[in-house]
Design a protein around this ligand. Structure first.
Ligand SMILES: NC(=O)c1ccc[n+]([C@@H]2O[C@H](COP(=O)([O-])OP(=O)(O)OC[C@H]3O[C@@H](n4cnc5c(N)ncnc54)[C@H](O)[C@@H]3O)[C@@H](O)[C@H]2O)c1
Length: 246
């Protein structure tokens, strides 16, 4: 059990990539905090994890609020005694071409995807600094590296996450806290199921490995970076995209 005695918190872990990450970490020994705005679904994920024989606590928190992020982190430490691993996974899309994009769509996406990562990181590093250990993973996106028409808000938020990742890595390395980003390509989740079959087929043609990714493909990358195998890796972006962007 490579994550025995570790406590991990995953945001947006009620479904999709976040749920796959939570299951992967729990399968490898971690006790889990399942955080999401959707408490009912977060509780379902927590129950699935308890079936694996791990402790799991579901907490409702909107990552866009610093106050909620701090309360969540305090509760997590109260309930499971520490916080060793933080995976900033919660994310949303509000797609439109720039000329049609509403100000509130810009603000909402930046608020969850970028400020949310700042909020949860700020709340977690207080605890991690004291224990001189922390592993932070931020889920960015291929779109933050390449840009994507119709996703100005999303692409900017994810590019911002990459800059934030490198800054956190520099600020907290002396406390033995590492911070890395994973930039998934197109992954089979509710977020991409909204795309038409045509668009998905066209996308697959642009991917050297010839298929969209699975949430578990992303979870494997997270496990590597938070395990001892990743101890000397910080400030990096791991692309999990089937070769779509190199
Ligand atoms: N699916 C993809 O192709 C893909 C590709 C690259 C990156 N990503 C990123 O991976 C992450 C997970 O995406 P997914 O495809 O699993 O999406 P998803 O929509 O299936 O799941 C996102 C989860 O985040 C939660 N959430 C939304 N807003 C929140 C908030 N304010 N506070 C707390 N939780 C909130 C939702 O309730 C949901 O459970 C996101 O950051 C996304 O941008 C996804």
């Amino acid at each position: 059990m490579i994550l025995k005695d570790k406590v991990a918190l995953v945001t947006g872990a009620a479904q999709g990539i976040g749920k796959a990450i939570a299951l992967k970490l729990a399968n490898n020994g971690a006790e889990m905090i399942i955080s999401d705005v959707n408490l009912d679904k977060a509780q379902e994920t927590a129950k699935d994890i308890e079936k694996l024989g791990r402790r799991a606590v579901a907490l409702k928190a909107n990552v866009a609020s610093l106050h909620e992020a701090e309360t969540m982190m305090g509760e997590a430490v109260n309930k499971l005694g520490a916080i060793h691993i933080l995976v900033n996974n919660a994310g949303i899309t509000r797609d439109a071409l720039i000329l049609r994009m509403k100000e509130e769509d810009w603000d909402a996406v930046i608020g969850v995807n970028l400020k949310g990562v700042f909020n949860c990181t700020k709340a977690a590093v207080k605890h991690m600094s004291k224990q001189r250990y922390g592993r932070i993973i931020n889920i960015a996106s291929i779109v933050g590296e390449m840009g994507n028409a119709g996703q100005a808000n999303y692409a900017a938020s994810k590019a911002g996450v990459i800059g934030l990742t490198k800054t956190v890595a520099r600020e907290f390395a002396s406390r033995n806290i590492t911070c890395n980003a994973i930039a998934p390509g197109f992954i089979e989740t509710a977020m991409t199921q909204a795309l038409s079959e045509n668009v998905r087929e066209e996308l697959a043609k642009q991917i050297p490995l010839g298929r969209l990714g699975m949430p578990e493909d992303v979870a494997e990358g997270v496990l590597f970076l938070v395990s001892d195998a990743g101890n000397y890796i910080t400030g990096q972006v791991l692309n999990v995209n089937g070769g779509m962007y190199m």
